[in-house]
Write a new protein. Structure first.
Length: 321
């Protein structure tokens, strides 16, 4: 394998395994650090590191419009999407959180209005949407899925926040797609991270989450978890994701959706000793089946384009030969 092929393999492994492991790592981080404050430290630290690196490379500073676009993306993607996971894991097992987050691709179908004519005219996508929704309902119908120490109202609140976070992540992704900022990926990502961290800090202070918090009470496990989330989760994996989007199709890169929940469920069971019920496993398989059906038309289009490109290359080789 060439160096570039090894780099691609490493990048895919990063978004498959690292992002799948963050569900469990968040669980350890928020044991002694409030979720909003933890997210603020995580994102602001990662954003400052990335911004310093981008400035050192001589990347162009963002203009006002680009700054506003990145600010909105940071609020929707990171504060709205990722912070929702950290907050919800106060009341939900990491494995169930991962399973619910797996349904995010369905929100793309529902919210991407510009693609509605194609989405809702494709029987596979409609079938996938219905299948995935049935999987989510089947999971949520299991009232005993939550921890015994968590009240049912808290369990429901965690699920609602996760769903709202999925909608925010989808909205941010679509905004980034249709109204991209002009700056480099490094500069854009750094501003988004700092914005997400700043919003997390403000809400943490406003809600009084950090009033009873003391750095002296933070355990070594929580500090190590926070370090992992900051460096490995927010820098390494996120940059691998952005890099893969530049050199591979979105359909290929989005395959992490199938692997992350499996990694999260396995790690939750092995390390955190979270119980995996039969309903949980069946729900995961149903949701993943729905995601596959939703993405199948994209994979077919990608394969058709590859075949067409291969035919053109062969024709060109015959002509030159």
């Amino acid at each position: 394998m060439t160096r570039n092929q090894w780099a691609i393999l490493f990048a895919f492994a990063a978004i498959y395994i690292i992002w799948g492991s963050t569900y469990l790592i968040i669980l350890y981080a928020i044991k002694t650090i409030p979720p909003l404050l933890m997210s603020a430290i995580r994102f602001m630290t990662a954003g400052l590191i990335l911004y310093a690196y981008a400035a050192w490379k001589g990347e162009k500073q963002p203009d006002f419009i680009s700054f506003i676009k990145n600010t909105l993306c940071g609020i929707l993607l990171l504060f709205g999407g990722t912070v929702a996971v950290a907050w919800a894991e106060q009341y939900l097992p990491s494995s169930i959180t991962a399973v619910i987050v797996t349904s995010v691709p369905f929100w793309f179908v529902i919210l991407d209005k510009k693609q509605w004519s194609w989405y809702f005219s494709n029987k596979l996508i409609i079938a996938g949407l219905l299948t995935g929704s049935a999987g989510v309902v089947f999971l949520l119908s299991n009232k005993s899925a939550g921890p015994a120490t968590v009240h049912s109202s808290q369990y429901i609140a965690g699920i609602i926040v996760l769903i709202a976070g999925g909608i925010a992540w989808t909205a941010g992704s679509l905004f980034s797609k249709y109204y991209p900022a002009r700056n480099s990926l490094l500069m854009n990502a750094s501003i988004q991270l700092m914005t997400g961290g700043f919003c997390s800090l403000m809400v943490s202070l406003f809600t009084g989450e950090s009033e009873k918090f003391s750095f002296a009470q933070v355990t070594t496990a929580s500090w190590l978890a926070l370090l992992y989330l900051t460096i490995i989760g927010s820098l390494v994996a996120y940059l691998c994701y952005l890099w893969l989007l530049k050199i591979r199709s979105a359909a290929q890169v989005s395959t992490y959706v199938y692997v992350n929940p499996v990694v999260a469920v396995l790690l939750g069971a092995i390390i955190a000793r979270e119980k995996i019920s039969g309903i949980q496993v069946v729900s995961l398989l149903i949701i993943l089946g729905g995601v596959l059906l939703v993405n199948l038309p994209k994979y077919k289009i990608l394969q058709t384009r590859k075949s067409a490109a291969g035919i053109r290359i062969q024709k060109d080789l015959r002509k030159t030969g």
